[in-house]
Structure formats: C-alpha cells, structure tokens
Design a protein around this ligand. Structure first.
Ligand SMILES: [Zn+2]
Length: 633
C-alpha cells in the first residue's frame, strides 16, 4: 500500500501541465530595510490565507525591520506582489486552491510575483456545520479552530488587538503550508518549539529569494502530535510559553492534516447516554462499560449511528471518535467482556494466542467479528466510508479465522519508544504490523507510544533517564511512511528536538536527520553548539544501547525503568562525562539567547537528572538503613 506514491503522480502531472517548466526566478521582498513588495490576499480570505499573510508579514518584519503592507485584491496595488491564497490574479492565471488535492500547496515564482497558494477550508455555514468528534482539542471540529490575538501571541501587543480564528487542526490549510515551507526554505526561519526563544529568525536587511516552483503535500497525511509541553523535558526546554503560542506552533509545524480519529468509543459515558438498551448490555461484571458484541441489535444500532454520522443527520455522541470518512469502533479499556455463550465462544477461540507481552490476539476473533459485522452493514449504504478501529492490547493481532473487511481502517498501537532497546517487543509489534499491512485494504493508521519511561516516572514518582532515541525514531517513522502508512497519532512526548525531527520526517521522509541535527545545534546554541550536541548524542548513545539494560531490569514484557535509570544508565562515570559537556556549554555560551537556551536545556534535562539521581540514592540509603535497623535482634 503505497498511498503517498500514488498521490504524488497527479501532482507532478498537474504541475507540469500548468507551468511547463521550472526555471529559477528571483524575487525581492525587502531592500536595505525598505519594503519592496505588497502581500495581497482576497477581499475575504480563508482562515488559512489570513494567518499565512500575518505570519509572513511578522517574520519578514523580524528578519529585516520592514513591514510589508497587506492589501485586499480589490485594492489598487502597484509593484511586486506576494499573492497569498486565492486572489483575483491567481484566478486569471488559472490557479485555484479548490482544484488542488487535499493538503497540496504551491510556491511559485513569476516576474514580480510570488505565489503562496494551497487548498484551504472555506468558511461557509455548511462547513461550519460539519459533524465530528476529533482526536484532540475538544468535542467538536469547532473546538479545533482556536481563537487567538495574533499580535499579542507573537509578542507585539503594542500594535493593537488582532483577533483571528486559526485554521482548524484538521481543516485544509494548504496556503499556510505554502507560507511556512517558503519561510523555512527561503527565509531560514525555524520553529523548533512553541516559545519565542525556541524560534530561529535570522536577521538581514535585504531579502531576495531565488527559486523554482514547488508543488507538493506532506508525505504523511494525518500528523497528530499536538505537543503541549505537558511533560518536564519539552516544557522545560521551551521555557515560558502561552497556550496561544502552542496553538500557533502546531500550525507552523504543519501538525494535524487529514480528518481521522480512533480511540475507545464504548465506555461508561456512551453506554449510559446512548447505548443503554438492556438487550445488548454485557453480561457479568463488565455491565456498564462493555456490551454484548455478538448481539445483532447492537450491530444494527452502531451501524445506524455510523450512517447517521456520515449523512450529517446526527453527530456521534460525546465521548465518541468520528471525523471525516472515519467512524471509530473500539471497546472500553478493560477485559470484563460479556459472559453470554456466543461472546464466550469467540473469546475461547483466541485463548491460545497469548504472547506474554502487552500486545496479543486473545480477543481478536471476538472483537473483529463485531467490527466486521458493523463494516458489512455500513458498506451496503456507504461504500466509500470507513469503520476505524485500534489494533490494541489483546486485539492487537488480526483475527485468524477470517480477514478484515475492506472498509475497516485499522490503527495498530505500536510501542515505538521501546524499539531501540527491546528486541521482543519490537518483534512482536512488527509481526502484528506486517500481518495487518498484508491484509488491510483500507488506509492504515498508527498509534505510536512515546510514553515510556516518562509516564511511568510521573505516575511512580521517580526520575527517569531521558529516553533520547532520535535516530531510531527517524528510521522508524521513515519506514512507516514508506510502507504506506496514512497517518500517525503520537501518544506521549519526547524532548523538543526529537519531537521536531518527528514532524519534519512526517513532512519529508527523505530528510537527512544528521544534517537537520547539525543545523539545529549550530543555529540554536551558537558557540555552545559542540558541547550541547555531544551532551545530547551521548544521552542517545546511553539510552539506546540494549547492553545498558541487563536482566532483571530488562524483562520479556518490558523494562523496569526506575531501577534502570541511575544504576544502569546514568552511572557515576557517565554522569561525570555528561556534566562536563554542560559545564563547557555554559562557559562558552556568549549571546543572551545562547545563554538562555543552554540554561533552559540544563534545567530541563541535566538538573532533572542530577536531582533524580541524588533522590534515588538517598531513598536507597534510607531503605537499607531501615532494613538494617529492623533486622537487628
Ligand atoms: Zn454477549
């Protein structure tokens, strides 16, 4: 399944038909600190074009000190122009955003004209009325269109209020993609994080760009890692940040994309409020959270819910997941399944499928019988829509006795955060992943865990060794995209740099991450580049070496992260070496920005480690003292 490959061909054909060539052109934005062009938008721009114009104006101002005027296409405009989104001029050139494929965009160079255009969500009553229960940001698609005061968010409140609605996370915003791609490639801007200090804006007084047309779309179609700095590393590395800055950062990294959602849909809330017919409630202790998944009436009811959703007659209930062409069906996160004889017979059929690991197939015959039954019903009326489901936990493997229906879109849940060090978990994941790829006819999505070890540390109140694994992560993401995976949801949070690399590989799997890492350390830390890079890559070398996780820390089903952290990973000699790089970085950092960034990383990573190690050994000493005292006669 190489969806991206087939999706690329029409772009190439369309691009060559429209332009018949691709010669390099020069375009001047600012000359010696003086604006040399005008930004032009439609009289009523799309939310994406409005944001793209503001972002371009802001970044050019920060780079050069010159403020490019933004004008409507109904006004008289003289001189060179940057056309942002659909305008009267692009229409006369035969270019129309609505003719682009979803997420496709164009950066085009013409004499005295630069075009930044893509397919955008149109602000119409019909589009605003679209139903959906998205993965993130709230209960409805409207919740994903956050409102911000743009000027306040980018640190220019003195210029007066500028309230805008951001393009929805899962709405088309190709014009923004064009603008962000342009600013990265041609203006040298980098959005490494959500805070002001984590953005790179190189200063220049003259801004002349030269290039040939670019028409493309991100490689991965659904890119769901809406990092919020919820865990200590990323939050600490970002430093001070506001919620609107985080919302803006997601757009700048081009997260979101296609409308897809999959998570638990049958649970206490949806059963209480909607699926409360006594006929198909689970028998036994699962009553109230699980249902009788062999009951024909349940199949009929859920199929009708899917039809009503796709027809725009009735939204999926609150607590459900359904957007775009996908209606999710996933049981509650417990194993108290129905005890009726039909359900028990199917559950018995999988009992020999234990793997000794989190992901198995013991419940696959049972659960996918139900998913298939719903899919067959819905296909009769809606052959182009999908039932989305998670291949998770005891239904991670495909069923053995039948294949999945062609309109079931599966998302295997994979423990990517373990791949560098845990052979059995990786092998088990890859076994189920390839089995699904082999039989799935619908687009395949993934749920990727990046929760360990930080989640365990937060819950267990201990301090973990940073699980930096940026090279393995990049290789794994690249493999997923080349295998034709359509979209990825990331569950958990890596540090800010690994997160950034994930987003970049999702956009372009051909990215050379060593070049990207070199660039990051050079641009971000300046004079402290070398020691900071050594520090980070040393963390990775330690965390990703399987030899550093000997038994009993390493178990077939996982890792004892608490015990691993400071006796096996962050040993005294390694900590000495790491500390040396930090001391050196602090000594050579010169500019205020370099110092601030080194300080933020030192606090977020190094101080966290030093304090965590001290705490661990203090606790250990206390425990052994207690044992000594209590074991005395
Ligand atoms: Zn039952």
């Amino acid at each position: 399944m190489r969806y991206w490959f087939w999706a690329v061909i029409p772009f190439l054909l369309a691009a060559s038909a429209v332009f018949g060539g691709n010669r390099e052109q020069e375009f001047c934005l600012v000359r010696n600190g003086v604006p040399a062009c005008t930004i032009v938008v439609a009289e009523n721009p799309t939310p994406a074009a409005r944001l793209a114009a503001l972002e371009l104006q802001y970044h050019v101002l920060k780079i050069t000190g010159a403020e490019l005027p933004i004008r409507g296409d109904h006004e008289q405009i003289d001189g060179p122009r940057i056309l942002v989104g659909d305008t009267r001029t692009t229409a006369t050139m035969g270019l129309q955003g609505s003719a682009f494929l979803p997420q496709e965009y164009l950066i085009a160079f013409r004499p005295d004209t630069l075009i930044l255009l893509g397919r955008d969500w149109q602000d119409t009553p019909e589009n605003r009325a679209e139903f959906g229960r998205p993965m993130c940001c709230g209960n409805t698609l409207a919740d994903t269109r956050q409102r911000i005061d743009y000027r306040k968010t980018v640190g220019m409140p003195e210029r007066g209020p500028c309230e805008i609605e951001l393009p929805g996370i899962y709405d088309d915003q190709g014009t923004c993609y064009a603008a962000y791609h342009f600013m990265e490639q041609f203006l040298g801007v980098r959005w490494y994080g959500a805070s002001a200090i984590s953005v790179i804006i190189p200063a220049r007084s003259t801004l002349i760009v030269k290039g040939a047309d670019i028409r493309r779309s991100p490689a991965l179609k659904y890119r769901d890692a809406l990092w919020s700095g919820m865990w200590p590393f990323m939050r600490g590395q970002w430093g001070e940040v506001s919620q609107p800055e985080i919302w803006l950062f997601w757009r700048r990294l081009r997260l979101g994309g296609e409308k897809w959602a999959g998570n638990h849909t049958f649970h206490q809330k949806t059963i209480q409020n909607v699926l409360n017919d006594p006929e198909y409630q689970a028998q036994g202790p699962g009553k109230g959270t699980q249902l009788c998944y062999t009951h024909p009436k349940l199949v009929e009811t859920v199929s009708q819910m899917a039809r009503d959703f796709f027809d725009g007659r009735q939204n999926a209930p609150e607590g459900w997941k359904a957007v775009g062409n996908y209606f999710a069906v996933v049981p509650d996160d417990n194993n108290r399944f129905c005890e009726c004889s039909a359900c028990q017979a199917l559950l018995a059929a999988g009992r020999d499928r234990r793997t000794g690991m989190f992901s198995s197939g013991t419940v696959s015959e049972y659960f996918y019988s139900f998913v298939n039954a719903v899919a067959r019903e819905v296909r009769k009326t809606h052959p182009d829509k999908y039932i989305a489901t998670l291949a998770y936990w005891d239904y991670a493997y495909p069923p053995r006795n039948f294949t999945i229906e062609p309109n079931v879109s599966v998302a295997p849940c994979l423990h990517t955060c373990m791949y560098a060090i845990h052979r059995e978990i990786r092998q088990n994941d890859m076994a189920l992943y390839y089995q699904w790829l082999k039989q799935a006819k619908a687009p395949v999505y993934l749920w990727n865990y990046y929760h360990h070890p930080m989640e365990a540390a937060l819950i267990g109140n201990f301090t973990c060794f940073p699980n930096v694994m940026v090279h393995t992560t990049a290789d794994t993401m690249r493999m997923f995209i080349r295998d034709g995976i359509r979209g990825i949801f990331v569950c958990g949070e890596q540090d800010m740099l690994e997160a950034y690399i994930i987003a970049k590989i999702w956009d372009n799997p051909d990215l050379d991450i060593d070049v990207a890492l070199d660039e990051f350390f050079r641009l971000y830390f300046g004079r402290a580049e070398k020691p900071m890079k050594k520090f980070y890559l040393e963390l990775e070398r330690i965390a990703t070496n399987p030899k550093n996780y000997p038994h009993p820390v390493y178990r077939r089903s996982g890792v004892d992260w608490k015990a691993a952290a400071w006796e096996h990973l962050g040993t005294e000699s390694r900590m000495k070496r790491l500390g040396k790089w930090i001391t050196e970085a602090q000594a050579v950092a010169t500019t205020a920005e370099e110092k601030q960034r080194v300080d933020l990383w030192t606090n977020a990573l190094w101080r966290y480690m030093v304090q965590g190690r001290e705490k661990y050994f203090a606790e250990k000493a206390r425990k052994s003292e207690k044992t000594r005292v209590t074991s005395q006669p």
